[in-house]
Design a protein around this ligand. Structure first.
Ligand code: ACO
Length: 323
């Protein structure tokens, strides 16, 4: 059995910055409310012509460059996204072709909303551990701005667009140590996008393709659930809180992140935070944060990282990674 070791990371943010002050012109909100209740100051939004696949391609190329890896040698690509370019082909199939991976390699998307990257990482780790792949690209990429109701202040202030990518390679040296995935489909009404093929033609006209969220209820469940997944991850690896060097959380709300850090008794200096500049980029947020902290030198080889996410589904999960 091989470890899946991170050998490269990359990310991409669209050029357009939308500040809280910009949003004050759209909905009844204030920079102060958004910063105090969420920790978000600004977010990036794609241009008219840009798609989720475009963002993923750039992030993937950056990660491959850091790993010094020829795309023709990558045998698996998985993209976590809830904003794919099309119903099919998957965004992963399109990116496989555009970055020059060999035809016949494995490519598919994973739908787990904000937990999409953790779910994709879990699957790629299993492929590598069992010899099904040797070099994998795991990507989280989202264009959340395309599924926002820009008249709903409860959701439009929260989300942003972006992509993050990780190259995993089979290695004898430790990499991904454990992953933990969960889902509970019984709370659909708290967080969902009503638009879908199952709506039929009438449904498509009746219900918009935008996020509906009962934020406060989601918030409470997220805090409780993430506390549990921290315990589960530490127990599964016979570790204590002091063993964790970095928390790399999904960036949904600074108050959720702080609650998880408190649970770990980890000072906020050991928590990678990008929410202020990125907002909630759903499946992209963890690989984006990881890339930022690796490139600025905070995360170093040998550090022990706890990655965790909670999102629509509900889905939630974690990964313990020796970088
Ligand atoms: N500006 C000003 N006021 C606002 C805004 C806004 N942008 N949004 C809501 N309010 C108001 C509400 O209308 C409410 O007013 P009222 O008391 O007069 O009714 C008041 O602020 C409090 O609203 P709450 O919803 O209780 O505010 P809360 O402190 O819970 O913050 C938030 C809302 C930021 C959405 C928070 O609940 C949250 O972060 N939830 C979790 C989101 C999350 O983690 N989602 C999962 C991932 S997303 C995915 O998977 C796609």
């Amino acid at each position: 059995m091989s470890y899946a070791r991170i050998t490269g990371t990359g990310s991409y943010l669209p050029e357009k910055v939308v500040t809280n002050v910009d949003l004050e012109n759209l909905v009844d909100t204030s920079d102060r409310w958004i910063q105090e209740r969420t920790g978000i100051a600004e977010r990036r939004v794609v241009a008219e012509h840009e798609t989720c696949g475009d963002l993923a391609v750039i992030a993937a190329r950056e990660a491959l460059a850091m790993a010094d890896l020829d795309p023709a040698l990558v045998d698996l690509i998985i993209i976590g996204t809830c904003t794919p370019d099309r119903v099919f082909p998957s965004t992963a199939c399109m990116v496989q072709n555009r970055i020059g991976m060999a035809p016949g390699t494995v490519a598919f998307d994973v739908s787990a909303a904000c937990s999409g990257f953790i779910f994709a990482l879990d699957i790629a780790n299993r492929f590598i551990a069992t010899g099904g792949a040797r070099r994998a690209l795991v990507i989280g990429a989202e264009t959340m701005s395309r599924i926002l109701d820009w008249n709903d202040r409860g959701t439009c202030v929260l989300f942003g667009d972006g992509a993050g990518a990780v190259v995993l390679e089979a290695s004898d040296e430790p990499g991904v140590l454990s992953t933990h995935l969960h889902a509970d489909g019984s709370h659909e009404e708290l967080l969902y996008v009503p638009w879908g093929v199952g709506q039929g033609y009438d449904g498509l006209e009746r219900e918009g393709g935008t996020i509906r969220m009962r934020g406060n209820e989601v918030f409470k469940i997220a805090v409780r659930t993430l506390g549990r997944i921290v315990d589960e991850t530490l127990e599964a690896n016979n570790l204590t809180r002091e063993d964790i060097d970095w928390l790399v959380p999904h960036q949904a709300n600074i108050r959720i992140i702080e609650a998880t850090a408190r649970k770990l008794e980890l000072p906020m200096e050991r928590v990678v935070q990008t929410i202020r500049e990125h907002g909630n980029t759903s499946a992209a947020s963890i690989p984006l944060a990881l890339d930022v902290a690796i490139r600025d030198g905070r995360i170093r080889r040998g550090d022990l990282l706890l990655l965790e996410a909670f999102g629509g589904g509900f889905t939630w999960g974690s990964a313990l990674v020796r970088y």
